[in-house]
Design a protein around this ligand. Structure first.
Ligand SMILES: [Zn+2]
Length: 303
């Protein structure tokens, strides 16, 4: 149910109907987990109004690490490099003329896509500041969501990076995404993996556990289940990574092992290595999928 509040704690899993059990007490919220399909869910779920207020705030892209992004723009060169690697992965499955990014933020991915030869790039994002930034980069961007975009528009590719974990109602959302894709189009999704080594080692200190903005947590199994019921075929699932500065990595490490991280920081500071850029797996997955189009598969999507 869209934006409903709250699901009973032992409510059935939205994806497979299995029983959800509490995994972590997060203070104001709990993380529920369905062991049948490996979907995690925040409880209670935030309302649409609460989420809308959070994403509309100018602080969302610079408001510290607890909510949103620590300083998205300062980290722009690393984000751009990560985006380039991700887009190259999508382009391996064929050329792309036009592309829609859901949750485009300040437009860094779209700008990279255009540099790599995608002729028409369009972004939507609920944050007006971010959309203004994206437009200033010369890309077409609109305040809103996939549901508010002109319904006649179709794209060769739809991309959503760190978006799916924010979606309260994934089934209608993916139906809307599918309606935006050309029949031979492709979908690229990056989202935290609740079964990743990082997630399991970090427990309740996992960096991707962000309350209340992250409402659902996927694994390769649960995202396959979601794509299956919404009419997509999975082409590839990879462990995702990103380029980060050593200073960024140390700030993250400090949450898990504060003492060791502080020792490391002294060494890094002494050698002036904080600005050095490294590539790390980030506990997320990259998923490439395409809409299923045969009659049999269409019947499946109507279930
Ligand atoms: Zn389930």
């Amino acid at each position: 149910m869209v934006g409903s509040r709250p699901s009973p704690p032992d409510d059935a899993c939205v994806l497979c109907g299995g029983a959800q059990r509490a995994r972590y007490d997060l203070g104001s919220h709990r993380l529920l987990y369905c062991s049948r399909c490996q979907l995690g869910q925040l409880s209670p779920l935030p309302t649409d109004a609460e989420l809308a207020a959070l994403y509309a705030s100018p602080a969302y892209f610079s408001g510290g690490d607890a909510v949103g992004y620590a300083d998205y723009v300062a980290d722009a060169p690393q984000h751009a490099r990560s985006f380039r690697a991700r887009l190259e992965r999508l382009l391996r499955h064929g050329p792309i003329g036009d592309l829609l990014e859901i949750g485009c933020g300040p437009g860094l991915f779209l700008a990279e896509a255009r540099r790599l030869g995608v002729t028409r790039v369009v972004g939507v994002d609920p944050n007006p500041w971010a959309v203004e930034q994206a437009c200033a980069r010369g890309v077409e961007a609109h305040v809103g969501s996939v549901e508010t975009l002109d319904p006649s528009r179709r794209f060769d590719a739809v991309v959503m990076l760190d978006v799916l974990e924010h979606v309260v109602a994934p089934l209608p959302f993916f139906a809307a995404v599918r309606a935006r894709l050309q029949p031979d189009g492709r979908l690229l999704v990056m989202t935290p993996n609740i079964r990743s080594l990082l997630a399991r080692l970090s427990g309740r200190r996992w960096v991707s556990l962000k309350t209340p903005e992250h409402v659902r947590y996927y694994s390769p199994r649960s995202i396959r289940a979601l794509l299956d019921v919404t009419g997509f075929d999975v082409l590839a699932i990879h462990a995702a990574g990103q380029y980060v500065t050593v200073a960024f990595f140390l700030a993250r490490l400090e949450r898990l092992v504060p003492r060791s991280a502080r020792v490391l920081r002294r060494i890094v500071d002494a050698l002036a290595l904080g600005g050095r850029v490294v590539f790390l797996t980030n506990g997320s997955i990259d998923v490439v999928a395409r809409p299923v189009t045969s009659a049999v598969d269409s019947a499946r999507t109507r279930r």
